[in-house]
Structures are given as C-alpha cells and as structure tokens.
Design a protein around this ligand. Sequence first.
Ligand SMILES: NC(=O)c1ccc[n+]([C@@H]2O[C@H](COP(=O)([O-])OP(=O)(O)OC[C@H]3O[C@@H](n4cnc5c(N)ncnc54)[C@H](O)[C@@H]3O)[C@@H](O)[C@H]2O)c1
Length: 325
Amino acid sequence: MPKIRFKVSNSLSSLKLELLRYRSVYMVFDRNVEGFASQIGRYPSFKLDAGEDNKTIETVKSICHWLLMQGADRGSVLLAVGGGITTDMAGFAACIYKRGIRYINVPTTLLSQVDAGLGGKTGVNLDSYKNMLGVICQPELTYICTAALETLPEREMRSGAAELLKTLIIGGGRHYEKAVDELSAPQTVRDLAPLIKEAARIKARVVESDPDEKGRRRVLNLGHTYAHAIEWYQHAHGVSDPYSHGEAVAIGLVQAARLSEERGICEKGLALKLEEDLRRCGLPTTLPCPEAELQEAILKDKKADGGKVNFVFIERIGKVTVKKL
Ligand SMILES: NC(=O)c1ccc[n+]([C@@H]2O[C@H](COP(=O)([O-])OP(=O)(O)OC[C@H]3O[C@@H](n4cnc5c(N)ncnc54)[C@H](O)[C@@H]3O)[C@@H](O)[C@H]2O)c1
C-alpha cells in the first residue's frame, strides 16, 4: 500500500502549486465554504448542499454528469472542498467516473480534517441507511488547511474535537492531555494545527497498515458501537435536536471505558477521567436513553457481523484492543 499523502498548512499556497501538475482541475464544494473555495482558484465548480438527505446516489450521478459535460477525462483531478459529506460524495464520484479519475480532498470541518477526509472511504446513503453505497479509494492528497476552520460553527468544532481525542487515545496518547487542555480553552485555529497534524498522522498510519479494514483499521471505530446505536435511537424516535456524530462518539468513548473497566481491561477510574475530560471540552457524556433501549441497535450490528460485534476496548489512554462483545 503506498503512503497516504496529507499536508497540514495554514495557507493554500502549496495546494495551488500542487494543482499546476494536472492537465485540468474541477472542483466540488459545499456552498457554505464558497468564500474559502474561491481562494483556491477559478476552476469549473459544482456547488453542493451538504446535508445527509442530499448524500445520495442521485447527487453523485449529477456530479458525474456535470464532469462529463465539462469534458473531464483521466488526466483531470477533482477537488473536494467541504466537510465529510462533500468529500465522501465527490470522492465517490471521482472513483467511479470513467472508472476512476484522481481526486484531492480539502476538508473544511475539524471532523473531516482528522477523520473523514483521510483514508479513502467514499460513499452515499441508501434511503435512511448511512454510507451503504461506496468504495474505498485513496485521494491523491488530503490538503488540510486550518484556515478553513475560521468559519466553522462552534458545535461542529466540538464534534470534531471528539474524533480528534478518539484518535489520540488510539495512537499512543502522547498529545492527549495537551489536546484536552487546548480544546477546553478558547483557541485559535492556528493553535490546533499540531494536534490536527498528529491525529491525521495516526489515522494515516493505521489506514496504511490495513487499507481495506480487514483488521487493524477497526481500532478507528473506538466509541462508534454506542455512537451508531445512539444515532439510530435518535433517528428512530424522531428526537428533535439529536446529538451530532461527534457528540455521540464522545458518549461512546465513555461507554467503551466503562465496559473496559468492567472486564478488567483497564484500571478503574478511566471512565470517570474521560467523562471529565470530554465535559471540559463541551461534549456530552451520558446516554440519551436507558442503555437497554440501545441494545436493539447493537444487536443489529451483531447480526450483521456473524453474531458478534468487534468492540474496541481501551487498555489505557494510548492503547486500545479489539475483542468480540
Ligand atoms: N469517509 C470517512 O471515513 C468518514 C468518516 C467519518 C464521517 N464520515 C461522514 O462525514 C459526514 C459528516 O462530515 P462532517 O462532520 O465533516 O461535516 P458535514 O460535511 O456534514 O458538514 C457539517 C456542516 O458544516 C458546514 N461546513 C463545513 N465546513 C464549514 C466551514 N469551514 N465553515 C462553515 N460551515 C462549514 C456544512 O455545510 C454542514 O452544514 C457524515 O456523512 C459521515 O458519514 C465519513
């Protein structure tokens, strides 16, 4: 597997240089980052509404159709500028258009800078089933420009903070305490650059070791068994102001620590520590419903995976282990 290429910068200058290498450049961007996207350059552009309802095969078909009308060919590159919804969809379109053209991700949410924009998972929802259609296909480059975060709403920022902390818990834990301190205090996006770089580095190394998610890559699902169950519960019960994905992951991290304590996998007190850390960062930590009500969703996951869930337990901050639940 070739190395995953990513770059973290506070400016767009080296991205502009990189783009000179391609015969033609096309851009798909989220309409909420139009100002930022326009600073990259004047390229033929497709404007997207980044909502889960719009994350469909029909939108990907529209992007492919537009690429065809523009005359994009195998020498072209497609730039995906936006959060995970945009990079998932534009990446998918690039991977299937003319059996695959190259694409570059320019993620604009904290969540996509440390997670969704790296690793090559692309795709769309199928009815209400999330990310059911898609392929794993690596971008040429993930260009992480921290300046993009200047306009990101506070709640989206916190959502990304949960994924960032998750990644640091998986990958050695060296920067975890510093991250909690920084994310819980008012910070500039420039301050966050080293933490984003560290999280991106960890994710890239994990993906390189297991690009097709056959084993090691599963550690990235830390906190996600409960997060998915919470998201399913909120959807099924029509909760009016549901937790975002990152917020659900924060709760899932505490649950992972609690189960790890119960099984003697980690020392007592870890769940309480994580709860305090995440709360300091403005994230929720308690389940939105009695745990028994989440079992249906967790059980569904079990059925989908041969009767067992590969659950990510925490041994300590910096080390996780995957075991059947
Ligand atoms: N491919 C993967 O590995 C992977 C991993 C995690 C999540 N995902 C997917 O990512 C999606 C969630 O992505 P997300 O949380 O990055 O965000 P998003 O794309 O859903 O965007 C969230 C909101 O922020 C807005 N926005 C984005 N950047 C902005 C900016 N800089 N300033 C102002 N507003 C901005 C968007 O318009 C949207 O309203 C989900 O669909 C999820 O399934 C994919």
